[in-house]
Design a binder for this molecule. Structure first.
Ligand SMILES: *Cc1c(COP(=O)(O)O)cnc(C)c1O
Length: 243
Protein backbone atom coordinates (compact mmCIF):
# COMPACT_ATOMS: atom_id res chain seq x y z
CA UNK A 1 0.00 0.00 0.00
CA UNK A 2 2.23 2.74 -1.27
CA UNK A 3 -0.03 5.80 -1.04
CA UNK A 4 -3.11 7.03 0.85
CA UNK A 5 -5.42 6.66 -2.15
CA UNK A 6 -4.43 3.00 -2.57
CA UNK A 7 -5.13 2.43 1.14
CA UNK A 8 -8.52 4.08 0.81
CA UNK A 9 -9.43 1.98 -2.23
CA UNK A 10 -8.20 -1.18 -0.52
CA UNK A 11 -10.37 -0.50 2.51
CA UNK A 12 -13.55 0.25 0.58
CA UNK A 13 -12.93 -2.70 -1.70
CA UNK A 14 -12.59 -5.01 1.31
CA UNK A 15 -15.86 -3.69 2.75
CA UNK A 16 -17.74 -4.14 -0.52
CA UNK A 17 -16.28 -7.61 -1.11
CA UNK A 18 -17.23 -8.56 2.44
CA UNK A 19 -20.83 -7.43 1.96
CA UNK A 20 -21.02 -9.13 -1.40
CA UNK A 21 -19.64 -12.44 -0.09
CA UNK A 22 -22.10 -12.32 2.79
CA UNK A 23 -25.02 -11.67 0.42
CA UNK A 24 -23.94 -14.52 -1.86
CA UNK A 25 -23.73 -16.88 1.15
CA UNK A 26 -27.13 -15.74 2.52
CA UNK A 27 -28.69 -16.41 -0.88
CA UNK A 28 -27.28 -19.94 -0.76
CA UNK A 29 -25.25 -19.29 -3.86
CA UNK A 30 -21.72 -20.45 -4.64
CA UNK A 31 -18.77 -18.17 -3.89
CA UNK A 32 -17.59 -16.68 -7.16
CA UNK A 33 -21.12 -16.77 -8.58
CA UNK A 34 -21.28 -13.00 -8.71
CA UNK A 35 -18.75 -10.85 -10.50
CA UNK A 36 -17.83 -7.50 -9.02
CA UNK A 37 -17.38 -4.94 -11.78
CA UNK A 38 -15.60 -1.92 -10.33
CA UNK A 39 -17.06 1.15 -12.05
CA UNK A 40 -14.21 3.57 -12.66
CA UNK A 41 -15.98 6.21 -14.76
CA UNK A 42 -14.90 9.76 -13.86
CA UNK A 43 -11.80 8.43 -12.11
CA UNK A 44 -8.30 8.55 -13.59
CA UNK A 45 -6.26 5.72 -15.09
CA UNK A 46 -4.03 5.90 -12.01
CA UNK A 47 -6.93 4.64 -9.89
CA UNK A 48 -7.51 1.72 -12.26
CA UNK A 49 -3.79 0.94 -11.98
CA UNK A 50 -4.11 0.98 -8.17
CA UNK A 51 -7.10 -1.38 -8.36
CA UNK A 52 -5.17 -3.72 -10.65
CA UNK A 53 -2.34 -3.76 -8.09
CA UNK A 54 -4.96 -4.62 -5.46
CA UNK A 55 -5.99 -7.63 -7.53
CA UNK A 56 -9.06 -6.35 -9.36
CA UNK A 57 -9.46 -7.40 -12.99
CA UNK A 58 -12.99 -6.49 -14.06
CA UNK A 59 -13.90 -2.86 -14.63
CA UNK A 60 -16.92 -0.95 -15.86
CA UNK A 61 -16.73 2.25 -17.86
CA UNK A 62 -19.70 4.25 -19.06
CA UNK A 63 -18.44 6.96 -21.36
CA UNK A 64 -16.61 7.02 -24.64
CA UNK A 65 -13.99 8.37 -25.44
CA UNK A 66 -13.14 8.62 -21.71
CA UNK A 67 -12.80 4.83 -21.60
CA UNK A 68 -10.64 4.50 -24.72
CA UNK A 69 -8.27 7.17 -23.45
CA UNK A 70 -7.98 5.61 -20.02
CA UNK A 71 -7.27 2.15 -21.38
CA UNK A 72 -4.66 3.58 -23.78
CA UNK A 73 -3.04 5.37 -20.84
CA UNK A 74 -2.87 2.12 -18.86
CA UNK A 75 -1.08 0.52 -21.82
CA UNK A 76 0.83 -2.70 -21.09
CA UNK A 77 -0.68 -3.14 -17.65
CA UNK A 78 -4.07 -4.10 -19.08
CA UNK A 79 -2.93 -7.09 -21.15
CA UNK A 80 -0.12 -8.16 -18.86
CA UNK A 81 -2.52 -8.47 -15.91
CA UNK A 82 -5.52 -9.65 -17.90
CA UNK A 83 -7.72 -6.70 -16.97
CA UNK A 84 -11.03 -6.42 -18.81
CA UNK A 85 -13.40 -3.51 -19.32
CA UNK A 86 -17.13 -3.59 -19.90
CA UNK A 87 -19.19 -0.76 -21.33
CA UNK A 88 -22.09 -0.20 -18.94
CA UNK A 89 -23.38 3.21 -20.04
CA UNK A 90 -25.57 4.09 -22.98
CA UNK A 91 -23.75 3.90 -26.29
CA UNK A 92 -24.30 6.41 -29.06
CA UNK A 93 -24.50 4.50 -32.33
CA UNK A 94 -21.53 6.40 -33.76
CA UNK A 95 -19.37 5.26 -30.83
CA UNK A 96 -20.00 1.56 -31.51
CA UNK A 97 -16.84 1.28 -33.59
CA UNK A 98 -14.42 2.32 -30.85
CA UNK A 99 -16.34 0.59 -28.05
CA UNK A 100 -16.07 -2.73 -29.92
CA UNK A 101 -12.29 -2.39 -29.81
CA UNK A 102 -11.92 -2.37 -26.04
CA UNK A 103 -15.08 -3.71 -24.44
CA UNK A 104 -15.38 -7.31 -23.30
CA UNK A 105 -19.16 -6.77 -23.17
CA UNK A 106 -21.70 -4.00 -23.59
CA UNK A 107 -24.33 -4.02 -20.82
CA UNK A 108 -26.62 -1.35 -22.21
CA UNK A 109 -27.84 -2.69 -25.55
CA UNK A 110 -31.39 -1.56 -26.08
CA UNK A 111 -32.12 -1.00 -29.76
CA UNK A 112 -31.85 -2.77 -33.10
CA UNK A 113 -29.69 -0.13 -34.70
CA UNK A 114 -27.13 -0.42 -31.90
CA UNK A 115 -27.05 -4.21 -32.26
CA UNK A 116 -26.34 -3.83 -35.98
CA UNK A 117 -23.62 -1.24 -35.44
CA UNK A 118 -21.97 -3.27 -32.69
CA UNK A 119 -22.12 -6.40 -34.84
CA UNK A 120 -20.38 -4.64 -37.73
CA UNK A 121 -17.85 -3.01 -35.41
CA UNK A 122 -17.07 -6.24 -33.55
CA UNK A 123 -16.66 -8.05 -36.86
CA UNK A 124 -14.13 -5.44 -37.98
CA UNK A 125 -12.30 -5.56 -34.64
CA UNK A 126 -12.06 -9.35 -34.86
CA UNK A 127 -10.78 -9.10 -38.41
CA UNK A 128 -8.17 -6.52 -37.43
CA UNK A 129 -7.22 -8.67 -34.45
CA UNK A 130 -8.07 -5.87 -32.06
CA UNK A 131 -10.15 -8.45 -30.21
CA UNK A 132 -10.10 -12.23 -30.10
CA UNK A 133 -13.56 -13.05 -28.75
CA UNK A 134 -17.04 -12.06 -29.87
CA UNK A 135 -18.40 -8.95 -28.16
CA UNK A 136 -20.62 -9.84 -25.21
CA UNK A 137 -24.07 -8.26 -25.22
CA UNK A 138 -26.47 -7.71 -22.36
CA UNK A 139 -29.97 -6.67 -23.38
CA UNK A 140 -30.96 -3.82 -21.10
CA UNK A 141 -34.53 -4.07 -19.89
CA UNK A 142 -36.47 -1.03 -18.77
CA UNK A 143 -38.44 -2.01 -15.68
CA UNK A 144 -40.75 1.00 -15.66
CA UNK A 145 -40.84 1.93 -19.35
CA UNK A 146 -39.12 5.28 -18.74
CA UNK A 147 -37.27 5.85 -22.05
CA UNK A 148 -34.79 8.35 -20.57
CA UNK A 149 -33.03 5.64 -18.56
CA UNK A 150 -32.50 3.29 -21.48
CA UNK A 151 -33.62 -0.27 -21.97
CA UNK A 152 -36.33 -2.04 -23.92
CA UNK A 153 -39.70 -2.85 -22.48
CA UNK A 154 -40.34 -6.53 -21.84
CA UNK A 155 -42.49 -6.91 -24.97
CA UNK A 156 -39.61 -5.80 -27.21
CA UNK A 157 -37.02 -8.05 -25.60
CA UNK A 158 -37.50 -11.18 -27.77
CA UNK A 159 -36.91 -9.31 -31.02
CA UNK A 160 -33.81 -7.56 -29.69
CA UNK A 161 -32.33 -10.79 -28.30
CA UNK A 162 -32.99 -12.58 -31.58
CA UNK A 163 -31.06 -9.92 -33.45
CA UNK A 164 -28.06 -10.38 -31.14
CA UNK A 165 -28.12 -14.15 -31.52
CA UNK A 166 -28.18 -13.80 -35.30
CA UNK A 167 -24.90 -11.84 -35.32
CA UNK A 168 -21.82 -14.10 -35.30
CA UNK A 169 -19.55 -11.38 -33.94
CA UNK A 170 -21.77 -10.94 -30.86
CA UNK A 171 -22.50 -13.25 -27.95
CA UNK A 172 -25.72 -12.92 -26.00
CA UNK A 173 -24.69 -12.88 -22.33
CA UNK A 174 -28.01 -12.12 -20.67
CA UNK A 175 -29.96 -9.20 -19.25
CA UNK A 176 -29.11 -5.92 -17.59
CA UNK A 177 -31.31 -3.72 -15.43
CA UNK A 178 -31.00 -0.47 -13.52
CA UNK A 179 -33.57 -0.31 -10.72
CA UNK A 180 -35.72 2.83 -11.08
CA UNK A 181 -35.27 5.38 -8.30
CA UNK A 182 -38.98 5.35 -7.47
CA UNK A 183 -40.75 2.37 -5.93
CA UNK A 184 -39.24 -0.54 -4.02
CA UNK A 185 -35.90 -2.00 -5.13
CA UNK A 186 -37.06 -5.40 -3.94
CA UNK A 187 -40.11 -5.27 -6.22
CA UNK A 188 -38.05 -4.15 -9.22
CA UNK A 189 -35.65 -7.03 -8.63
CA UNK A 190 -38.53 -9.49 -8.29
CA UNK A 191 -39.86 -8.22 -11.63
CA UNK A 192 -36.39 -8.68 -13.09
CA UNK A 193 -36.23 -12.27 -11.85
CA UNK A 194 -39.62 -12.99 -13.43
CA UNK A 195 -38.60 -11.51 -16.80
CA UNK A 196 -35.34 -13.43 -16.68
CA UNK A 197 -37.11 -16.72 -16.05
CA UNK A 198 -39.02 -16.40 -19.33
CA UNK A 199 -35.92 -15.18 -21.13
CA UNK A 200 -33.88 -18.19 -19.97
CA UNK A 201 -36.48 -20.55 -21.41
CA UNK A 202 -35.74 -19.04 -24.84
CA UNK A 203 -32.01 -18.52 -24.31
CA UNK A 204 -30.79 -21.05 -21.75
CA UNK A 205 -27.14 -20.16 -22.36
CA UNK A 206 -27.62 -16.44 -21.72
CA UNK A 207 -27.39 -16.86 -17.96
CA UNK A 208 -25.81 -13.54 -16.99
CA UNK A 209 -27.77 -10.91 -15.08
CA UNK A 210 -26.11 -7.53 -14.64
CA UNK A 211 -28.01 -5.97 -11.76
CA UNK A 212 -27.15 -4.08 -8.61
CA UNK A 213 -25.07 -0.97 -7.91
CA UNK A 214 -23.61 0.54 -4.71
CA UNK A 215 -27.02 1.05 -3.12
CA UNK A 216 -28.79 -2.17 -4.04
CA UNK A 217 -26.15 -4.83 -4.79
CA UNK A 218 -27.07 -7.15 -1.93
CA UNK A 219 -30.76 -7.17 -2.88
CA UNK A 220 -29.82 -7.79 -6.53
CA UNK A 221 -27.73 -10.80 -5.45
CA UNK A 222 -30.73 -12.16 -3.59
CA UNK A 223 -32.72 -12.01 -6.83
CA UNK A 224 -30.13 -13.72 -9.01
CA UNK A 225 -27.65 -11.06 -10.14
CA UNK A 226 -24.44 -12.53 -11.57
CA UNK A 227 -22.70 -9.17 -11.98
CA UNK A 228 -22.90 -6.12 -9.74
CA UNK A 229 -21.64 -2.78 -11.03
CA UNK A 230 -20.22 -0.85 -8.10
CA UNK A 231 -18.80 2.66 -8.37
CA UNK A 232 -19.36 5.04 -5.47
CA UNK A 233 -18.99 2.49 -2.65
CA UNK A 234 -15.45 1.76 -3.82
CA UNK A 235 -14.26 4.87 -5.63
CA UNK A 236 -15.91 7.50 -3.45
CA UNK A 237 -18.43 10.03 -4.60
CA UNK A 238 -16.25 12.84 -5.84
CA UNK A 239 -14.52 12.49 -9.15
CA UNK A 240 -10.80 13.05 -8.88
CA UNK A 241 -9.80 15.06 -11.90
CA UNK A 242 -6.09 14.67 -11.48
CA UNK A 243 -3.94 12.55 -9.22
C1 LIG B 1 -22.28 4.68 -12.67
C2 LIG B 1 -23.00 3.42 -12.91
C3 LIG B 1 -23.01 2.40 -11.94
C4 LIG B 1 -22.35 2.54 -10.59
O1 LIG B 1 -23.23 3.20 -9.73
P1 LIG B 1 -22.86 3.46 -8.19
O2 LIG B 1 -24.16 3.81 -7.59
O3 LIG B 1 -21.86 4.55 -8.18
O4 LIG B 1 -22.31 2.19 -7.66
C5 LIG B 1 -23.67 1.23 -12.25
N1 LIG B 1 -24.30 1.06 -13.44
C6 LIG B 1 -24.32 2.02 -14.39
C7 LIG B 1 -25.03 1.76 -15.66
C8 LIG B 1 -23.68 3.23 -14.15
O5 LIG B 1 -23.70 4.18 -15.10
Amino acid sequence: MSDPRTEELAQRLATVRGELDAAVARAGRAPGDVELLVVTKFFPAADVARLIELGEREFGESREPEASRKIAELGELVDSRGAVFDMIGSVQTKKAKTVARWARSVHSVDRDKLVDQLATAAQAALHEQLRTEPLGVFCQVSLDGDPTRGGVIEAELPELAQRVVAAPSLRLEGLMVIAPTHGEVREWMATTARIREGFLREYPDATALSAGMSGDMTIAVEYGSTCVRVGTAIMGSRPILSQ
